[in-house]
Design a protein around this ligand. Structure first.
Ligand code: SF4
Length: 333
């Protein structure tokens, strides 16, 4: 059950990266990776963040953890602005926020034993004695479904799914309240993906975690998420409760992504919509609605004005001139 208190609040966050210009030269252009995103993640909920590769979703995850500094905007964690924290306060806050990376091969140091990898955060934050840390490592390995002897082995001795379990144990070691899972299952086979998704889902419930689950595939986040946000070229274009997004998608981009998701029930079979063209360059985003060059519904206004993200009935927010959020009627309260 999701409580309503916000844990993470993102307020009009922008991130631009310079392009070209050499080591000391002036940037020739800017990549608009995140372009005015605002969103809230409530305590104990899972927010699925979905979009094509290059849409800015991983950058947004890192901005929330303050692994990157925003160009503008603010991120609040538990009501405190992360940008206002001193280095010491930020270090302490880092215990509360962890990340699980996409690549279970590249994200684990091959020269460290699993006990050291999982226990590294405990050592950095000086939590417990050596013996207590080792006991915590054993507890974590059991929690993520790895055998006790895993502690003394090296990452290369494990399969992809097992390595991702090690990555999850590492993230959980310091008892965080918030985890960003950044494409945490994308590098795994489909059958292994389901195991890791179930594990994350169970842990989230069991430990009362708040989760930002980043993926490029709507199918992956459906099972996990309480709410889903769709990102396109640096902006959130649709956001709402999971049932709303999957049953009543409004934005043409969301509808196209959903039409590619296989449905097992033949009575619900949908017509597949094909997304034409590539994601436009974030260096020169199209004017107006950035989706207009790929949208079959575009009007003149779409080529001219950026549609604002407006929230309608049931907390369902949409940024589209043609298919706006459904209005809250007087009867809705
Ligand atoms: Fe398509 Fe216009 Fe809606 Fe953008 S604003 S998604 S171009 S209809």
């Amino acid at each position: 059950m999701t409580s309503l208190a916000p844990l993470v609040e993102v307020r009009d966050v922008h991130k631009r990266f310079p392009v070209g210009g050499g080591l000391f030269g002036r940037a020739r252009a800017w990549v608009h990776a995140v372009d005015g995103v605002s969103l809230t993640i409530h305590q104990g909920e899972t927010l699925g963040l979905v979009g094509e590769s290059g849409c800015g979703k991983s950058t947004l995850g890192r901005l929330i953890l303050r692994l990157l500094e925003p160009t503008a905007g603010e991120v609040l964690f538990d009501g405190r602005s992360l940008l206002a924290l001193s280095a010491r306060e930020l270090r302490a806050m880092r215990r509360e926020m962890q990340i699980v990376f996409q690549d279970p091969y590249g994200s684990l140091n091959p020269r460290m034993r699993v006990a050291s990898i999982v226990g590294e955060g405990l050592a950095i934050h000086r939590l417990g004695t050596r013996r207590e840390r080792r006991a915590r490592v054993d507890e974590l390995l059991a929690l993520v479904g790895l055998p006790p002897d895993a502690a003394d082995r090296y990452p290369h001795e494990f399969s992809g799914g097992q390595r991702q379990r090690i990555g999850i144990a590492r993230a959980l070691a310091v008892r965080p309240r918030f985890i960003v899972a950044d494409e945490a299952v994308s590098a795994l086979d489909v059958s292994i993906q389901a195991q890791i998704l179930n594990l994350l889902h169970d842990l989230q419930r069991q430990l009362g975690l708040t989760l930002l689950f980043i993926a490029h595939d709507l199918r992956v986040v459906e099972h996990m998420s309480d709410r889903v946000a769709i990102m396109y070229l640096g902006r959130i274009v649709e956001c709402g409760p999971r049932e709303e997004i999957y049953r009543n998608p409004r934005h043409p981009y969301t509808r196209t992504l959903l039409s590619a998701v296989p449905v097992p029930d033949p009575r619900r079979r949908k017509q597949r919509m094909v997304l034409g063209g590539d994601l436009p360059s974030p260096v020169r985003p199209p004017p107006g609605c950035a989706f207009h060059p790929r949208c079959g519904h575009a009007l003149d206004v779409c080529r001219r004005d950026i549609p604002p993200l407006e929230t309608g009935r049931g907390g369902h927010a949409v940024a589209c001139h043609v298919f706006p959020a459904e209005r809250v009627s007087a009867a809705d309260g």
